[in-house]
Design a protein around this ligand. Structure first.
Ligand code: TXA
Ligand code: MG
Length: 355
């Protein structure tokens, strides 16, 4: 099966296309679609067979639960057994948007969709194509990111085609996504809300609305004895093919270190990839240099991260060196993904002897 790829106008999604996509989902098929964060791989959330198909298409372990996408707040009540007051407040502030909430599940949600858990992840995306598809499919679409398990999440329809073009029925191409990193996940099954995955909505923004909010311990400690609560966060996700190291320190020292590493590799007959910014790209003289965007625009950095990592996969590089991005608002989310891609390999240049 080769997926049918259809370009859809975000401002005015074609009715007949959306009806066709909705029918595919109602009949148990799979449709990839854009959201404001990353592209999702959709299936009917209330159909256990559709969820199993999603796991198979992605090559994803079936103990890693899916997010149910809704397009109307009123649809939430049927799939959860309780909506705590704080969850209502947060939904009011950030839905539709890049926020996923973990709540106790209702019986109609199959365990196949929740990876066997008693809780369910729910999100109300703001993308008009996503909303139109969810409505056409009957209201409940289970969707993980539309990448093969272990690859960076897709931020363009082309990425979905590359990974899943042979495994699904249809791809709705709505152009590049707006945010580029997956939604912030907040767990409401404990007394104090817990962030299980950082995203565009930062810890500070959540605290402003909810008061006390904790970060999942498994995100802060890289010690292997503490597991993140979101099953998906424990896997080595977003990994490029070549070994990636993040180099952290003052700009000048980072440039010097990476240039030295690139020169050494060249002597061995190897080429390195360098993940740089518009401000620094011209300072790297050897290797394949890709700019993620300007340091002045952290949203641009977030939007391009996965695309740049994917592009390095098509280069013959022996290793990749990346600058670090502790930017003010999205830095926590950007560094979470970048460090996961690097398997937490970080070189602190200030402590390290300079090359
Ligand atoms: O932005 C997004 O959230 C995208 C778009 C498509 O909506 N979706 C996405 O889904 O990133 P996925 O499956 O790639 O990531 C879902 C994460 C995984 O880490 C999973 O383990 C966690 O959410 N998760 C889902 N249900 C959970 C639950 N009941 N308890 C704890 N973690 C859960
Ligand atoms: Mg994913």
């Amino acid at each position: 099966m080769r997926a049918e790829v259809v370009v859809v106008d975000k401002k005015n999604p074609d009715r007949s296309v959306m009806e066709k996509a909705g029918r595919i989902l109602k009949n148990g098929g799979l449709v990839a679609f854009p959201t404001e964060t990353v592209y999702g791989l959709g299936g009917n959330a209330l159909d256990p067979k559709a969820s199993m198909k999603i796991y198979a298409a992605k090559g994803r372990p079936s103990d890693n639960p899916l997010i149910i996408h809704i397009a109307e707040f009123g649809k939430l009540g049927a799939i959860v057994s309780d909506i705590p007051e704080k969850a209502k407040i947060l939904a009011k502030k950030y839905w539709p948007g890049p926020l996923t909430m973990i709540l106790p599940k209702a019986d109609i949600v199959p365990r196949e969709t929740t990876g066997g858990l008693d809780s369910v992840a729910v999100r109300f995306p703001s993308d008009p194509i996503a909303q139109s598809l969810i409505r056409a499919a009957g209201g409940y679409v289970a969707a993980p990111s539309a990448n093969t398990s272990g690859r960076p999440s897709p931020t363009l329809a082309e990425h979905v085609e590359e990974d899943l073009g042979d495994a699904i029925d249809m791809i709705l191409d709505g152009g590049p996504v707006g945010i580029g990193l997956e939604s912030t996940i907040v767990d409401f099954t404990e007394e104090i809300p817990v962030v299980l995955r950082p995203g565009y909505i930062s810890l500070e923004m959540l605290k402003e609305t909810l008061g006390e909010v904790r970060m999942d311990k498994g995100l802060l400690i890289t010690d292997s004895s503490v597991h993140p609560k979101a099953p998906g966060m424990k896997y080595r996700h977003y990994a490029p093919k070549a070994d990636l190291s993040v180099v952290e320190g003052s700009a000048e020292k980072v440039i010097r270190y990476i240039n030295a590493a690139a020169a050494e590799a060249k002597e061995r007959g190897e080429t390195v990839g360098i993940l740089a910014t518009d401000e620094t790209a011209s300072r790297y003289k050897k290797g394949i240099v890709r700019s993620i965007g300007s340091r002045a625009d952290e949203e641009e950095i977030a939007r391009h991260l996965y695309e740049v990592l994917r592009n390095f996969d098509s280069d013959e590089v022996s290793a990749i060196y990346s600058e670090a991005f502790y930017t003010p608002k999205m830095g926590q989310a950007i560094m979470n993904r970048l460090l996961k891609a690097a398997g937490h390999k970080i070189i602190h240049i200030s402590e390290e002897e300079e090359k």
